[in-house]
Design a protein around this ligand. Structure first.
Ligand code: FES
Length: 121
């Protein structure tokens, strides 16, 4: 006997629905000091913020190598060096400096009324 099914259509549920993928408050601007990084978790996503020359950047908080937390690494100029095995990434582009085809997800940021927002969209 043949059983036919309607194809399942993708459904939007939970915190990843498209309506939720917009600007999300992550941190007060004054908390992120120049040359420092901070881990944030907008909608449960692991993101690391970095402030360089006054600009705020947001990239995936998990290293592209073995997912170590990047906020525990070093920030020197625009370069984040992972604390586990020294992979280096450009915080502006997310690119792995030794193999630019690899990299981190980069998220747009904005400052509004003293608060920092990240867009996961
Ligand atoms: S986990 Fe980051 S370099 Fe290995």
């Amino acid at each position: 006997m043949k059983i036919s099914r309607e194809p399942e259509l993708p459904r939007e549920t939970g915190p990843t629905s498209s309506s939720a993928l917009s600007w999300t408050y992550v941190l007060d601007d004054a908390v992120l000091l120049e040359g420092r990084m901070a881990p944030v978790y907008p909608l449960g996503v692991n993101v690391v913020l970095a402030r360089v020359d006054g600009a705020v950047y947001a990239v995936s908080g998990k290293c592209a190598h073995m997912a170590c937390p990047l906020f525990s690494g070093r920030l020197e100029g625009h370069t984040i060096t992972c604390g586990c095995h020294d992979w280096r990434f450009d915080v502006r582009t997310g690119r792995f400096l030794d193999a630019p085809e690899l990299g981190l997800t980069v998220y747009p940021t904005k400052l509004e009324a003293g608060k920092l927002f990240v867009n996961l969209g």
